[in-house]
Design a protein. Structure first.
Lengths: 282, 217
């Protein structure tokens, strides 16, 4: 049970992280995040299976494509609307997600595809553990402190933290926020890409890859605190166990209902999430 | 198979429920015992909690009335959690999706495919050729054949029967149609008459999963 719990919590945190990171700066929920997850898996499939490139090269290309997609999304679609404090970016993200999925369906078909990567296990203390789950925790344990360090110590990180506080004021001072914002969209894309490779190995590649995980990730981000990088990890660790138990004893519908109910309760009584830190005080 | 106990995992759809019920009934009629019967959501991809629960039921036959992708994921997770169940499935295991999801963990998984009379009709050869031309040299899925035949039978019956329901029923009851999936006739229960039920098993051959007729092993 502990192994299953850690595997599931790690995957949840991995998928939620890019989503939360972007929200922490832009204050909008990017619902095209899941489509970037699927997009990356398809690029990896195209490079590794169709073009016959090596595994490391294929994964690197796929992650680079995810970064570029994230940056292009900002520059071409979200840039004009981020300072408007409206719901336009959320609506755009919905449309963009559907558009990317439709393009993937047209380009690759709707059949499930294999990434062609052996999903191997290693025995730890007598239990089989997937290498991908070990890697997901390695990524999390490296990425989260690095992101915290970036936001606390780097000049660009400090500027990014100021954006959700008062974007207009920053712009009045004549400071350009385009490069830092493009960077944060790129990092969010990269994290979605890592999740895409993970899920492509765990399940199979399809246009709807990660759809269910995306819904869970949103709930985890709400519970942990939309905008808190550490909160995402804690949110995933807290929610993973009840989800797994509900799946075991009540099935998928009960598990999903419980998760959404918990997210609704958090939104009602502590909308900033259980572990969010006021960005002004950081 | 000599197994006294079985577990049924079924898709929470009409198809999955009916298949699970049919297996349940037949297995009990043959003095077997269903030790667990679990439904899964149609879009479910997380199976580690379910497998953890099944682990407590011991090593029995596991009948999977779920989609091919789900079946692949269930078997993969079961093998990861060191379950030693004998997995059984139906004709939807002919879909490539099960191999995509389950990979080499499918070795030894068994399924049954009902095969109508006269497998290689001229219609089938034409269907195979056009299907491969259209979908890039892929073998047609068994359901593609069935759906094509079903539509053609409906179309031809509608043309012949006009607006008479009684005539349509009569045409279908006495049907002898050489379709892409073989010669199609219906029995007294209006089920399709299968000439033979092929018992198939997945075997790893040269690094890939192959489908082998179990009786030939």
């Amino acid at each position: 049970v502990l192994i299953n719990y850690l595997e599931f919590a790690g995957a949840l945190a991995l998928i939620s992280l890019g989503f939360t990171l972007l929200y922490s700066i832009t204050r909008f929920a990017n619902f095209s995040h899941q489509a970037t997850v699927a997009f990356t898996a398809y690029i990896c499939y195209a490079a590794h299976v169709l073009a016959g490139l090596g595994l490391v090269v294929s994964i690197s290309l796929a992650l680079l494509a995810a970064i570029l997609l994230g940056m292009a999304e900002y520059y071409l679609l979200f840039r004009p609307f981020l300072s408007s404090q409206s719901s336009i970016p959320v609506i755009i993200s919905f449309g963009l997600g559907v558009f990317i999925q439709a393009c993937l369906s047209l380009g690759f078909g709707t059949d499930t595809l294999s990434l062609g990567i052996q999903d191997t296990t290693v025995i730890l203390s007598g239990f089989k553990v997937y290498y991908r789950d070990i890697w997901s925790w390695v990524v999390l344990l490296i990425t989260i402190p690095l992101l915290e360090l970036f936001f606390r110590r780097c000049r660009m990180g400090l500027l990014l933290r100021a954006i959700p506080v008062n974007l207009r004021q920053i712009q009045i001072w004549g400071v350009s926020v385009h490069l830092p914002l493009m960077l944060i969209f790129g990092i969010s894309g990269l994290l979605a890409g890592v999740a895409g490779i993970y899920l492509g190995m765990a399940e199979a590649v399809s246009p709807a890859l990660g759809y269910k995980w995306g819904i869970w990730a949103f709930s985890v981000a709400v519970i942990g605190g939309l905008g808190s990088v550490y909160g995402t990890l804690l949110g995933a660790l807290i929610t993973a166990l009840p989800i797994l138990l509900a799946y075991r004893f009540g099935g998928a519908i009960m598990a999903d209902s419980l998760l959404f109910f918990a997210a609704a309760l958090v939104l009602m009584f502590r909308p900033q999430g259980l572990f969010s830190i006021n960005i002004r005080s950081v | 198979m000599g197994a006294a106990k079985a577990i049924i995992i079924f898709n929470n759809s009409e198809w999955g429920q009916q298949l699970a019920d049919a297996f349940d009934k037949k297995f009990k009629a043959d003095s077997g015992e269903i030790s667990m019967k679990e439904g899964v959501a149609e879009d479910q991809t997380l199976f580690s909690p379910l497998i953890g629960k099944i682990k407590t039921a011991g090593n029995t036959v596991m009948f999977l009335a779920v989609g091919p992708s789900q079946a692949g994921l269930i078997i993969k997770e079961a093998k990861k959690q060191s379950l030693r169940n004998q997995f059984l499935g139906t004709d939807n295991f002919t879909a490539q999706e099960i191999i995509t999801a389950g990979g080499k963990t499918l070795d030894g998984v068994r399924y049954v495919v009902p095969t109508p009379k006269g497998e290689k009709t001229a219609e089938r050869e034409a269907f195979d050729r056009i299907y491969k031309e259209t979908f890039g040299n892929k073998e047609p899925h068994i359901f593609a054949l069935n759906i094509y035949d079903a539509v053609m039978i409906l179309y031809k019956t509608a043309l012949q029967a006009g607006d008479s329901t009684a005539k349509a029923i009569n045409i279908l009851e006495t049907l002898n149609y050489a379709g892409a999936g073989g010669t199609i006739q219906f029995d007294k229960n209006h089920d399709i008459q299968a000439a033979v039920y092929n018992r198939m098993v997945f075997r790893e051959q040269h690094g890939t999963m192959a489908r082998v007729v179990a009786d030939n092993e």
